[in-house]
Design a protein around this ligand. Structure first.
Ligand code: AMP
Length: 193
């Protein structure tokens, strides 16, 4: 099973690159932000909980996210692998994911980190806000999301560095150049052969 963890701050291009990886390697996509937005649109109980946090640019509590991921896993036992996009976002989510995969004799094969400067992130997210009209793409909420990424999410990189699975890529190159580098790393450094 090829499980790729695509990592980076909000606006670093995870969504765009995920689509390309999925198509190229025949994988499935787990994007926790997309799942939450769908639940909010359908006004489900999970959606109501998530909205409270998302509207402020804060993280949804770990236990809520983890049980949601477990459900996705249980419902799709036959997939070739996953691209995780926007998850795990805390070290405790990463540990829960590792435990869950281990219990199924699977693992994260590689982590790709997209590195983008704060100025560029802000520029991209403001542009996206105009196109998609996401409520959490307002300037002060964007700033909060970047701050939370630095404080709570970026320690996840070190967690996977200790497992020799993390590779940092310059996310400010063209879309195609970033994708080429991602494929190079997956093809050569994935720990699942
Ligand atoms: P995204 O589309 O990945 O930028 O996620 C949008 C928002 O959904 C985030 O700002 C969080 O409020 C929430 N969210 C998405 N994924 C997670 C996660 N793994 N843990 C906690 N909150 C999350």
């Amino acid at each position: 099973m090829l499980n790729v963890l695509l990592f980076g701050p909000p606006g670093s291009g995870k969504g765009t690159q995920s689509k390309k990886i999925i198509q190229h390697y025949g994988l499935s996509h787990i994007a926790t932000g997309d799942i939450f937005r769908k639940e909010i649109e359908e006004q489900t109980p999970l959606g109501r909980i998530a909205q409270h946090y998302i509207d402020k640019g804060e993280l949804v509590p770990d236990d809520v996210v983890i049980s949601m991921i477990e459900e996705v896993f249980e419902a799709n036992p036959k997939v070739k692998g996953y691209v995780f996009d926007g998850f795990p976002r805390t070290v405790s989510q990463a540990k829960a994911l590792d435990n869950m995969l281990q219990s199924k004799k699977k693992s994260i094969c590689i982590m790709i980190v997209l590195d983008v400067s704060d100025d560029e992130l802000l520029k991209r997210m403001l542009k996206r806000a105009k196109i998609e009209g996401r409520k959490d793409d307002e300037p002060h909420i964007i700033q909060n999301r970047i701050k939370i990424y630095k404080e709570q999410t970026s320690p996840v990189i070190e967690y996977y560095q200790k497992q020799n699975k993390a590779f940092i890529i310059n996310g400010m190159q063209t879309e195609e150049a970033v994708f080429k580098e991602i494929c190079y790393h997956i093809d050569n450094f994935s720990q699942c052969k």
